[in-house]
Design a protein around this ligand. Structure first.
Ligand SMILES: Nc1ncnc2c1ncn2[C@@H]1O[C@H](COP(=O)(O)OP(=O)(O)OP(=O)(O)O)[C@@H](O)[C@H]1O
Ligand SMILES: [Mg+2]
Length: 247
């Protein structure tokens, strides 16, 4: 097969994010190629979630640029970034507790449909995609942690993103639910999605990620294949305790 040149979907260019005196992200640059899964790894407080916030438009960076799909989205608001094709899930899931699973997903679908009936139909499709059809009419507050993570993914997918940012999708999930979540992420990639995952679970990183970036104190410390990055002495030293901690 001929070598198809890869296309860069996201370029984070020399981003710094400071909150007063706290520099959460410092001069971070990274690229994400169309169709790949990139893992952001690092100890607590490394700046991983803040990086997602900056990409998704929750925070405007103190310095630097974000180029997505050849557009400079640095100063787009979160809704503009969503329309451009960026979606994310939250480390701490935030469904509307008193709405059903299907209604939660409809919130995303309504961006595309004027009629409630069409939005509902669309939402059903995404609820099915993440394997929650049998929970579609349950209130979100009745879901398990693993199911809430799936709901987050359905809500994000309903906005029809090109890039999906997953913040610790296996965090706090019981061990037996993890293979199913890995399989779901693989399926999303097969359907053409590009993903950045923040992940502490080594097994998940190894099974999913094409590439990994290790961050510490807001800075990129290492970049390469997951195997390569995880074997670097500085990463082992900083991270081994963390991984044991997060299981
Ligand atoms: N809104 C904010 N205001 C002030 N400081 C913040 C804010 N958001 C994040 N920080 C700080 O920035 C640093 C990076 O936090 P961040 O949440 O990005 O880390 P993380 O790598 O996602 O960690 P974890 O693995 O614990 O989720 C931390 O020191 C955090 O306290
Ligand atoms: Mg975080």
């Amino acid at each position: 097969m001929p070598n198809v040149p890869s296309k860069t979907l996201l370029r984070v260019d020399d981003i710094t994010m400071a909150f007063g005196g706290i520099v959460a992200v410092a001069n971070l640059s990274l690229t994400v190629e169309t169709g790949e899964i990139l893992a952001l790894v690092g100890p607590n407080g490394a700046g991983k979630t803040t990086t997602f916030h900056v990409i998704a438009g929750v925070h405007k960076p103190t310095a630097g640029r974000i180029i997505f799909d050849d557009q400079d989205i640095t100063f787009y608001r979160p809704d503009g970034r969503c329309r451009a094709g960026v979606a994310r899930t939250f480390q701490i899931t935030q469904p509307f507790q008193e709405l059903t699973v299907e209604e939660n997903v409809m919130v995303g679908s309504l961006a595309y449909h004027r009629s409630i009936a069409d939005a509902r139909k669309d939402a059903r499709r995404y609820v099915g995609m993440v394997g929650l059809s049998d929970r579609a009419n349950v209130l979100a507050k009745g879901l398990s942690t693993g199911q809430r993570k799936r709901l987050e993914m359905a809500r994000a997918m309903a906005t029809r993103p090109k890039l999906l940012l997953l913040d610790e999708v296996t965090g706090g999930v019981d061990q037996k639910s993890i293979p199913g979540l890995i399989e779901l992420v693989k399926q999303l990639r097969r359907e053409g999605l590009t993903l950045v995952i923040i992940e502490h679970n080594m097994r998940v990183i190894n099974e999913l990620a094409d590439r990994a970036i290790f961050m510490n104190r807001g800075k990129k410390m290492a970049e390469g294949t997951p195997e390569d990055v995880m074997q670097r002495p500085e990463v082992v030293e900083l991270y081994l305790g963390e991984e044991v901690l997060h299981g």
